[in-house]
Design a protein around this ligand. Structure first.
Ligand SMILES: [Zn+2]
Length: 207
């Protein structure tokens, strides 16, 4: 699964969802004390298992970072989503072009997702996080809240982060990737259709 993180990040890069040093991914296996996360500032198209930062989650839920390691700047976001996970959880943060364009244009991602079975059958889209500076604790907290993280439960699979990106959660790095893929695809369709955010608001909910 650690190897899959590198493969998945390379696919994100080849799709243009991240520029070379952007994006991050973390993983915690069921009941494991280890949390793996991509290193900060490293070229994400060159992530191999030995480059992943392995941290230890202590019984009091503190993260111990190995000396000299440089975990992703979005660590707090990953920590809040992983610390009480009851099962294996992988978290992926990327900057998918069509999703960011749709948010910037004023579309409500949660409502848009009610229009296309391609997404609402498989992916729960949460409320969009307002514009908050990257790598801040505030962004981490707002993202975990939008995902509906409460103790061990979670209400949604993916949320948009205005003017920035998305955060997706799955039981495997590729499951989180698929949530991003579906959301980006329907946003591409939406933008190609030429419909305005105002017109979409009047559409019938199909979900
Ligand atoms: Zn980002």
């Amino acid at each position: 699964m650690i190897t899959a993180i590198g493969e998945m990040m390379r696919e994100c890069y080849s799709r243009g969802w991240i520029t070379t040093r952007d994006g991050n991914c973390s993983l915690r296996r069921k009941e494991s004390k280890f949390v793996y996360i991509t290193p900060s500032g490293w070229r994400k198209n060159l992530i191999y298992p030995e480059l992943m930062v392995r941290m230890t989650l202590t019984p009091d839920k503190t993260l111990k970072i190995p000396e000299g390691a440089h975990p992703s700047g979005e660590l707090h976001m990953h920590y809040l989503i992983l610390k009480d996970a009851p099962a294996t959880r992988a978290i992926v943060h990327t900057h998918p072009t069509h999703v960011i364009a749709a948010m910037y244009r004023g579309f409500d991602l949660q409502f848009v997702a009610t229009q296309f079975p391609e997404i609402f059958r498989y992916t729960r889209v949460g409320p969009t996080v307002p514009p908050i500076a990257a790598t801040t604790r505030e962004l981490g907290e707002a993202t975990a809240k939008a995902l509906g993280v409460s103790g061990s439960s979670m209400a949604f699979d993916i949320v948009g982060q205005s003017n920035h990106g998305v955060c997706a959660v799955g039981d495997h790095p590729w499951s989180a990737f698929e949530h991003i893929e579906r959301l980006d695809h329907i946003c591409e369709i939406l933008l190609a259709s030429g419909v305005t955010p105002e017109e979409v608001r009047d559409r019938k909910v199909l979900k």
